[in-house]
Design a protein around this ligand. Structure first.
Ligand code: HEC
Length: 133
C-alpha cells in the first residue's frame, strides 16, 4: 500500500512540475508564444523576426515598444488602423529609426540593409492592398 501511495505521490509531483513549469516540456522561446498572422513571405518574416520581434511582440519585455506596435496585434486592429500601422513600419525603417541605434550597437548585424528595407516596404504595400480588393 505504501508503495502505491508513493507512486501516486511521485506521479503527482512530476505532473504538477510540468503544469507549473511548462518550460520543462518546451524551453521558453519568446517568439513562439504569440502568433503573427500576417500574410508575409518567409523572407520578410525572417527580417522582422530577426530585427523587430525582440521588442515588437505583445509578449516582449519592452513595454514602450510593444504598446507602440506589436506584430501579432496588427491584424486585430480596424482596417484603417492596420493600414496606418503597416505604413508606420515602412516609414520608421526608411528613416532609419528602427531598430533603435542603442539596440544596433549590441546587435550590429540586425541593422536592415537597403534591400531588406525595400522588401519590408513592398510587403507593407501588398498587405495594405488586401482591404481594397
Ligand atoms: C530594442 C527594441 C526595438 C527594436 C528591436 C525595434 N523597435 Fe520599433 N520601437 C521601439 C520603441 C521603444 C518604440 C516606441 C518609442 C519610440 O517611438 O521610440 C518603437 C516604435 C516603433 C514604431 C511606432 C512608431 C510610432 O511613432 O508610432 C514602429 C512602426 C516600429 N517601432 C517599427 C519597428 C520595426 C519595423 C522594427 C524592426 C525593423 C523595430 N521597430 C525594431 C523599440 C524597438
Amino acid at each position: 500500500m505504501f508503495v502505491l501511495w508513493m507512486a501516486i505521490l511521485a506521479s503527482f509531483i512530476v505532473f504538477s512540475a510540468f503544469v507549473l513549469y511548462p518550460g520543462y516540456l518546451s524551453p521558453p522561446t519568446m517568439q513562439q508564444d504569440v502568433e503573427v498572422d500576417l500574410n508575409m513571405s518567409d523572407k520578410v518574416f525572417e527580417i522582422v523576426k530577426t530585427s523587430c520581434f525582440d521588442c515588437h511582440l505583445s509578449n516582449s519585455k519592452n513595454n514602450k515598444a510593444k504598446k507602440a506596435m506589436s506584430f501579432d496585434r496588427i491584424s486585430h486592429l480596424a482596417p484603417m488602423k492596420q493600414i496606418a500601422e503597416l505604413n508606420n513600419i515602412c516609414e520608421e525603417i526608411k528613416e532609419g529609426n528602427m531598430p533603435p541605434e542603442k539596440y544596433l550597437s549590441n546587435f550590429p548585424d540586425r541593422k536592415l540593409t537597403d534591400v531588406q528595407i525595400k522588401m519590408v516596404c513592398d510587403w507593407v504595400k501588398a498587405e495594405s492592398q488586401k482591404f481594397f480588393k
